[in-house]
Design a protein around this ligand. Sequence first.
Ligand code: SME
Length: 160
Amino acid sequence: MVEDLNITPGLIRKKTYEELLPQMQALIADETDLIANLANVAAALKETFGFFWIGFYLKKERELVLGPFQGPVACTRIQKGKGVCGTVWQEKHTLIVPDVEKFPGHIACSSLSKSEIVVPGMKNGEVALVLDIDSEKLNDFDETDKVYLEKIMKLIEQKL
Ligand code: SME
């Protein structure tokens, strides 16, 4: 595996994702343990972008349960259809929330979180986990984040 990320500072976010993606692939290529890989993916995203909170929720029976993350402590269990994560579980597609206060039922783990993106990871047509990223800035996520975070999730799906 790679020992250090090598990311050029100051690039636009799309270029940064392009630098990060092959390194992310190398980071998880030789490891089969899912939790170890999710931990490194969360850490790599935190180190690269500095987002406020980055983490995974894993589907376990009838709930999403908190998995590896970087950032402040967070709520541990989310029901299907609840909050942004539970809605993504139900709808099976990425959601970008420019202003969390305007998302009905948003689960506020921290009042500092202002915008959010949640990307599902699928196994056999069902959501197996979600990647949740929170920003302290309003409207911090767009189509570029969706495209590249979905590519990162595809790498993870290959390990499920
Ligand atoms: N805001 C999420 C809950 C998880 S935290 O942001 C870490 C939601 O509404 O699903």
